[in-house]
Design a protein around this ligand. Structure first.
Ligand SMILES: [Zn+2]
Ligand SMILES: [Zn+2]
Length: 339
């Protein structure tokens, strides 16, 4: 079978690998579509894992199941989460699935950018979801990224009527905007420096957008400065954006750091101001099985405009182009490899 293997940021190769063998409790899927994750295009994060088969936003069809598998059979159309928790350890009992050792170790084999993928027993049992009949595989690739946003939004504590500011309007920022709209947020402001992404955010549900490069965009509702907001999502993984996010938090507000900065990067904060304004700073890393279920429910409700979020499709042979387009963070949101 063909796979797309990342050796370094600029070196992604199409390679032949054997189709994985299926053991007890496992399943084999024929891949139908797999999203390229915006988190996978951070060189410091991805290159330490190289060489690896990219892709953890997979949707496909089961072609074989191992001995003892119940509840799944050949022909099932599914999403599988690449990490799955044990549900028994202390972290799992507290709902902190991403801190579970099983969660960290588990992964689909060899990765989503392969013609066939093996689902290990723990992933099949804990976090493999059947797609509803009327949901296509493209929408299925959004389960994982949307689940990360669902978890982030829960930790952010958005309530009906809260104003929200989303810094960074790539696909994750766009999903925050769409989910905020669905949840009945008050004023939704998006900020970015790419006109394409600003316009997309308005289409997807933002009330106004700010071009942080300082340009004025004719025809768009665009205040010149970033407004204060009850909830602030910081998309970019860097200290400057984080400091900017904190400065926009209204009293009683919460700031979410959604993307990790590289190790060693430091952030200067003034705790005095945070204290008297009771401003919270929180993080959100990946997602667990409760979040994937909620994401699937939201997608099946039509709460997310899938056709506006998925902007580019590529064949497996062009996985490198899909990766480079995602890394450019320009005129695209989600790129999906379609098999
Ligand atoms: Zn992802
Ligand atoms: Zn656990």
């Amino acid at each position: 079978m063909k796979t797309a293997v990342l050796y370094s940021f600029n070196d992604i190769r199409i390679e032949e690998r054997p189709v994985p063998e299926v053991g007890p409790g496992e399943a084999l899927i024929r891949m139908k579509a797999c999203g390229i994750c915006s988190g996978d295009v951070m060189p410091w994060y991805i290159e330490k894992k190289a060489p690896l088969v990219l892709g953890h936003e997979p949707a496909g069809e089961i072609v074989a199941v191992g001995e003892g598998v119940r509840g799944f059979q050949a022909g099932d159309r599914i999403f599988v989460h690449h990490h799955a928790p044990c549900l028994e350890c202390r972290a799992c009992r507290r709902g902190d699935f991403v801190l579970c050792e099983t969660w960290k170790r588990s992964h689909i084999v060899p990765g989503g950018l392969a013609e066939f993928v093996k689902i290990p027993a723990v992933n099949l049992a804990r976090d493999t979801l059947k797609l509803p009949q009327d949901m296509d595989f493209l929408a299925g690739t959004l389960v994982e990224p949307l689940a990360c946003v669902v978890k982030g939004m829960r930790r952010l504590g958005l309530k009906k009527g809260d104003s929200i500011l989303v810094l960074g309007l790539g696909v994750m920022g766009a999903l925050f905007v769409a989910l905020a709209r669905h949840m009945g947020a008050g004023r939704i402001t998006g900020a970015d420096m790419v006109p394409y992404r600003l316009e997309k955010a308005l289409e997807i549900g933002a009330d106004e957008v700010v071009d942080v490069s300082g340009r004025h965009i004719t025809g768009l509702p665009s205040p010149v400065a970033l407004p204060m907001a009850d909830r602030v999502v910081v998309g970019p993984g860097n200290a400057a954006a984080m400091a900017q996010g904190i400065s926009c938090a209204a009293p009683g507000g919460t700031v979410l750091f959604f993307t990790p900065p590289p190790p060693g990067e430091m952030l200067n904060i003034e705790p005095n101001a945070l204290y008297f304004k009771e401003i919270n700073i929180i993080q959100s890393y990946s997602c667990g099985p409760d979040d994937t279920r909620e994401a699937l429910r939201l997608l099946s409700l039509g709460a997310i405009p899938v056709d506006k979020v998925i902007t580019h499709k590529f064949p497996l042979e062009s996985a490198g182009d899909a990766f480079r387009l995602t890394a450019k963070a320009g005129e695209s949101l989600k790129s999906v490899v379609v098999f």
